[in-house]
Design a protein around this ligand. Structure first.
Ligand code: DGL
Length: 264
């Protein structure tokens, strides 16, 4: 019998599409439900208590409604704050998204790494721990940018995104003591790979941008190994929990296979 249960992706907005893309490439027949918590967006300027209360409860409702085979928290902010609580609450595999500090440390030559995330993510003890474990011999500079999240959303709505705002976000890293040595930047928010070309274009010197999306896709493929999938790729569904400009986002969502839009 064909298993039609979807893989459910969850983010505050469109950022998780950067994780959905490599997953679709590896699992072309997988049915996907992509949930953007637009009623709670943006997460990056919220408190830990708000995220910790909101995310497990909402994912519980979503799991009941969509009966997924696996959930991907395609959001660094939600993962670094609430991953353990979600895993404790739900009886199905939960894949999180955490800053790719380990791969960044593996490739940095200058031993100076930038971590670009939301304000909430870059202050998490989870990030202190990753830096201590995997980049102990590196200078790890962090910067939180709420504006980059808005820029990624605007780009996917088809709006103009002025280069000067990307420059300002990067200045938050390169302007710190030792920042001129940075040769690798971790895109520690899933929105940021969506604007990586714009970021690379204004960097003061060439840097490598890394994120965890390919690794997460491989992890999802591993965890679903041997499971059956529908014979042909189904219609991907995008679900919004609150107001969002669905019409403006529709062409971008369709590029990621999300051809139907629903409200929660
Ligand atoms: N995409 C999210 C992340 O990876 C958060 C964006 C936001 O809502 O601030 O952290």
């Amino acid at each position: 019998m064909t298993d039609t249960r979807p893989i459910l992706f969850f983010d505050s907005g469109v950022g998780g599409l950067s994780v959905l893309a490599p997953t679709r490439a590896l699992l072309p027949h997988a049915p996907f439900v992509y949930v953007a918590d637009s009623a709670g967006f943006p997460y990056g300027t919220r408190s830990e208590a708000e995220i910790a209360a909101r995310v497990p409860a909402l994912l519980g409702r979503l799991a009941e409604r969509y009966r997924p085979r696996l959930i991907v928290i395609a959001c660094n902010t939600a993962s670094t704050i609430a991953l353990a609580a979600v895993r404790a609450a739900l009886d199905l595999p939960i894949v999180g998204t955490v800053p790719a500090i380990k791969p960044a440390a593996e490739v940095s030559r200058t031993r100076a790494i930038g971590v670009l995330g939301t304000d909430a993510t870059v202050r998490q003890p989870y990030v202190d721990d990753l830096a201590a474990r995997f980049a102990g011999d590196c200078l790890v500079l962090r910067h939180g940018s709420a504006d980059l999240v808005q820029l990624a959303e605007a780009k996917l709505r088809g709006e103009d995104v002025p280069p000067v705002r990307f420059e300002a976000a990067l200045a938050g890293l390169f302007g710190q003591p030792g920042g001129e040595r940075i040769d690798v930047i971790v895109n520690a928010c899933t929105h940021f790979p969506l604007v990586v070309d714009e970021l690379a274009a204004v960097a003061p010197h060439p840097v490598l941008f890394v994120d965890g999306s390919e690794g997460i896709a491989r992890r999802i493929a591993f965890l679903t190994q041997g499971q059956s999938w529908p014979d042909s790729p189904g219609e991907g569904v995008a679900v919004f929990t609150g107001d969002a400009d669905h019409a403006a986002l529709a062409p971008a969502l369709a590029r990621y296979g999300l051809t139907r839009v629903e409200a929660l």
